[in-house]
Design a protein around this ligand. Structure first.
Ligand SMILES: Cc1ncc(COP(=O)(O)O)c(C=O)c1O
Length: 378
């Protein structure tokens, strides 16, 4: 989180019914429309990303509806688990934790659904556990090629603000995101953007409940937008975060993420030549610019390296989660990151590899430096 975001929250609460807070709310809604690139309707929840998941499902689906989950890691299937608990029938198009969703398989499955039983297709743009990035426009094309009418719902929690997302242009009907990643704000806010088809589905959805309900939140009173007291301080932070993102320019923000993510990948690739670790995602074009998952090979436990980085150097790396639990670690490179942070993290990891005598080819940091040096020439 930028210091400016932290500072923006350091103030007394203000009137929640009238006055300046109404403008803060409008600026946050504007910011959301800009990052989602949509003229659809954004909704604001005082909740983490799981809250936005429930909001998306409950507002657009009915008990017994069937949905298709496109697996490429942990998070789409977890969204599906939540749907199951809500009485939705869930089919998982099983995927590979090392590959992106294959659009041809989506087209194939949807083409078989002649009766149109599948009401929605759910996918994540970036899966934070596997580190994969899915090709959202290609999946949209696959749905269209199958002539299928399902709603297309995309989780952008780990991708929005780190890479392009174009909700309207890409034909996404509903998108969800959270405050704590690319949006550089504290955890605790999440958002749904609903396009026309999702809003139409909402009219007959019977899973609606009071807190998440879009109809109530569309009411004329400001208070209704939050179904209660607005999370003011988180909004002060978010407003500032949007200001910083737009000042830098979204294209420049995406480019910063691309450069730094590739620096990480170059370093890991060099270390991996020593035989003890490798990038989880196999195909270079499917590796996300938000997070990189690194597998340890030959049953090696990543814990000593994580412990070294944390306790000796004050760098907290992500643990492996889901199917990669105990077998991998992750480097986050999303949000308010810059070259000194990433080069610092890579240097700490390389120091750990040396200190713990983990086989690796030296020079990972050098490879990252060379990449950045070449890209930033002139
Ligand atoms: C892609 C993705 N979806 C959903 C979630 C869940 O969000 P939260 O932990 O804020 O509930 C996460 C969290 O890391 C995520 O990365």
């Amino acid at each position: 989180m930028p210091d400016e975001v932290l500072s923006a929250m350091h103030r007394q609460p203000i009137d929640i019914y009238k006055g300046p807070l109404l403008e803060v709310t409008e600026r946050c809604f504007d910011g959301l429309r800009k990052v989602f690139r949509t003229s659809g309707r954004p909704y604001f929840y005082a909740a983490n990303g799981h809250g936005a998941w429930e909001a998306a499902l409950s507002n657009s689906l009915s008990k017994g509806d069937k949905i298709l989950i496109l697996e490429s890691g942990l998070f789409a299937t977890s969204w599906g688990d939540m749907a199951k608990m809500m009485g939705i029938e869930v089919e998982v198009l099983a995927g590979d934790w090392r590959r992106a969703v294959d659009p041809a398989r989506v087209e194939e499955r949807l083409s078989q659904d002649k009766a149109g039983e599948i009401k929605a297709v759910l996918v994540v743009q970036v899966d934070t556990a596997s580190g994969v990035v899915n090709d959202i426009p290609a999946i949209r094309k696959a749905i269209d090629a199958a002539g299928h009418n399902a709603l297309f719902m995309v989780d952008t929690i780990a991708s929005l603000g780190t890479m392009p997302f174009d909700m309207d242009d890409w034909g996404v009907d509903l998108a969800v995101t959270g405050s704590q990643k690319g949006l550089m704000s504290p955890p605790g806010l999440s958002f749904v953007a609903a396009g026309d088809r999702a809003l139409a589905a909402h009219q007959s959805a019977n899973l609606r409940t009071a807190y998440w309900d879009w109809t109530f939140r569309d009411g004329a009173v400001h208070y209704q937008k939050f179904c209660g007291t607005p999370p003011e301080h988180l909004m002060f932070g978010l407003e500032k975060a949007f200001e910083l993102l737009f000042e830098e320019g979204l294209e420049a923000v995406f480019e910063r993420h691309r450069l730094l993510a590739e620096a990480v990948r170059r370093a890991v690739t060099v270390w991996g030549e020593g035989g003890a670790l490798e990038l989880n995602i196999v195909a270079p074009g499917e590796r996300s610019n938000s997070v990189t998952a690194i597998r340890m090979l030959d049953g090696r436990d990543p814990e000593p390296l994580l412990k070294f980085c944390d306790q000796k150097c004050g760098v907290v790396l992500g643990i492996g989660i889901g199917a990669l639990s105990g077998q991998a670690f992750r480097i986050a490179h999303m949000g308010h990151i810059n070259a000194p942070m990433i080069l610092g993290v890579l240097s700490v990891i390389e120091t750990g590899l040396v200190a713990l005598d983990i086989p690796h080819r030296p020079g990972g940091v050098r490879a990252a430096v060379e990449w950045l040096g070449q890209e930033l020439q002139g």
